[in-house]
Design a protein around this ligand. Structure first.
Ligand code: CP
Ligand code: NVA
Length: 321
């Protein structure tokens, strides 16, 4: 197998077969936390945060350690990157020491810039545009509850809420890659960029999936296998809190909306959640909610992703499955 440097910057950086391969590997890590240790040594993986985090920080820190490595976690406040050192200079330094770079930041262009310079895999741990690690965990959760990885392409999913945010974009792309029927609903002014929708549609044509973008939440959730939502105010948008509180109310995931999905539909939320806003307490704490499995799956999915990326870079087939 020829060594190949691969990054995970947006959901369509994995194709249909590769996404399945990573998810199957994640299932193995779920059964055996120490299934593979590609970073034994320990080799360091840099995990950088320009925004707050609980799940991403813990799952990457613990995950890298369980992979035999050393997680070097650096916050914006404690780094020169936070004081304006160029991304390219940071990339030059980290790539000489670390075996992988994981970064949560603002513009997507920043992780792209990091990846252009780095000679080790770069992973997007959330940008304003995408959250691909979260959606891998969400699809792992779907696979666990809905018939396995091979059944993902038969599922219908709906994301309801701020349809212009990173989660919405990631569901569009990753769902298209998986071959799912993906529906996204949000109010006018909070719908995905046309370019993302076109990218998702182009992928869906090759995988047998389909894409629907609508302002009608009832149309979106009709007969789906899972409803997803997310906060109405993402990190960095706090100043818009007052403006954003009004248009989203018809998109709240409540018992009535859940009732329009399949009777055995799941509810997922990337968390943190605001009970009484984007989701009612009854739904998120109710029997259809799998949010704690979803959160745990960040660990398994990301360990699988890092192992797969390192396997590609080293040309080591044994790390891919
Ligand atoms: N879902 C998620 O990424 O959570 P954190 O912001 O806590 O990392
Ligand atoms: N859309 C949210 C996701 C948090 C995990 C945000 O960017 O704040």
């Amino acid at each position: 197998m020829t060594p190949e440097l691969r990054h995970m910057l947006r959901d369509d950086d994995l194709n249909h077969e590769e996404q399945k391969q990573v998810l199957e590997l994640a299932i193995k890590f779920h059964h055996d936390r120490f299934y593979k240790q590609p970073f034994a040594g320990p080799q360091a993986v840099a995990v950088l945060f320009d925004k707050p985090s609980t799940r991403t920080r813990s799952s990457f820190s613990i995950g890298v350690a369980e992979l035999g490595g050393y997680p070097l976690v650096i916050d914006k406040s404690g780094s020169q990157l936070g004081r304006g050192e160029p991304v390219a200079d940071t990339a030059e330094v980290l790539t000489r020491m670390a075996y992988g770079i994981v970064w949560r930041t603002f513009e997507q262009s920043r992780v792209e810039q990091m990846a252009r310079v780095a000679t080790v895999p770069v992973v997007n741990a959330l940008t304003d545009e995408f959250h691909p690690c979260q959606v891998l965990a969400d699809f792992l959760t779907l696979a666990q509850f809905k018939g396995g990885v091979d059944n993902l392409e038969n599922l219908k999913i709906a994301y309801v809420g701020d349809a212009a945010n990173n989660m919405s974009n990631s569901y569009l792309l990753a769902g298209a890659v998986a071959g799912m029927d993906v529906r996204v609903a949000g109010p006018n002014g909070y719908l995905p960029d046309q370019k993302i929708v076109e990218d998702a549609q182009a992928i869906a044509e090759t995988t047998g999936g389909s894409i629907m973008v609508t302002v009608d939440p009832e149309q979106a959730v009709d007969g789906v296998d899972c409803i997803f939502t997310d906060t109405w105010v993402s990190m960095g948008e706090e100043a818009e809190y007052a403006i954003r509180s009004k248009p989203f109310w018809p998109y709240q995931v409540n018992e009535r909306l859940m009732g329009l999905a399949k009777p055995d539909a799941l509810f997922q939320h990337c968390l943190p959640a605001y009970r009484g806003k984007e989701v009612t307490t009854g739904v998120i704490d109710g029997p259809q909610s799998v949010v704690w499995d979803e959160a745990e799956n960040r660990l398994h999915a990301q360990k699988a992703l890092l192992t797969w990326l390192i396997g590609k870079q080293r040309g080591d087939e044994s790390l891919l499955s």
